[in-house]
Design a protein around this ligand. Structure first.
Ligand SMILES: [Zn+2]
Ligand SMILES: [Zn+2]
Length: 205
């Protein structure tokens, strides 16, 4: 069915560069600083074309943030933006000052979508700068791993022209159907969780 396969690609320019000096972790297993690539893949079944769905524009991703020096920060990433936004931190135990949301060195380097029949597949490649640190509040070394990712799905209802947002998240239950908040029509079904994984560090290929 290759003939029916439609594909479009978006490629951005050169990757961001970040030069940030952070204290090394006191832990003996700290992962060295450097660029890191994160791959996110998802596939939506029984896609309806009745609503204008805008794919690929926004992800939320859980990262350890060396700027806040806090682990597990929700970080917002927009396609086309040079940097993401870390949601900052609240001090639960008063050990450190809270941080406001701030720019984070992570970006969507590329987004691809392909369509076969009524199934759409998506792949994002994110690039980030990673620095090791020690999270004083959680009392643990930071890691470059990604606990979860959330895919934001904006769409427009053809009946009212109102815009809404749905989302899917890699650590929530499946299957999950997207239903229009306005007319209730089913826009597609996530049959399985999005996949998020850290790619090999440069030079380690
Ligand atoms: Zn942060
Ligand atoms: Zn609708």
């Amino acid at each position: 069915m290759a003939d029916s396969k439609k594909q479009r690609d978006h490629e951005d320019g050169p990757l961001f560069s970040a030069i940030v000096v952070a204290d090394a972790s006191p832990g003996s297993h700290a992962v060295p600083a450097g660029p890191r690539s994160i791959e996110v893949k998802a596939s939506l079944a029984r896609v309806s074309d009745s609503h204008q769905i805008r794919w690929g524009g926004e992800l939320h991703i859980r990262l350890d943030c060396f700027i806040c020096r806090r682990s597990g920060r929700t970080t917002w990433v927009q396609h086309g933006a040079d940097a993401g936004t870390c949601s900052g931190s609240r001090n639960r135990r008063g050990l450190e000052q809270p941080h406001e949301p701030h720019p984070a060195p992570v970006k969507i380097a590329s987004f691809n979508t392909s369509r076969e029949g009524d199934r759409s597949s998506f792949r994002w490649l994110l690039e980030r700068w990673w620095e090791p640190f020690y999270d004083v509040e959680d009392e643990r070394d930071a890691t470059p791993t990604v606990p979860w990712v959330r895919i934001i799905i904006p769409y427009r209802c053809p009946q009212t022209l109102a815009e809404y947002e749905d989302f899917t998240q890699s650590n929530l239950g499946w299957p999950y159907a997207i239903g229009c908040e306005d007319c209730g029509e089913r826009l597609g079904v996530w049959e399985e969780a999005p996949q998020v994984r850290l790619l090999e560090a440069p030079g380690g290929e």
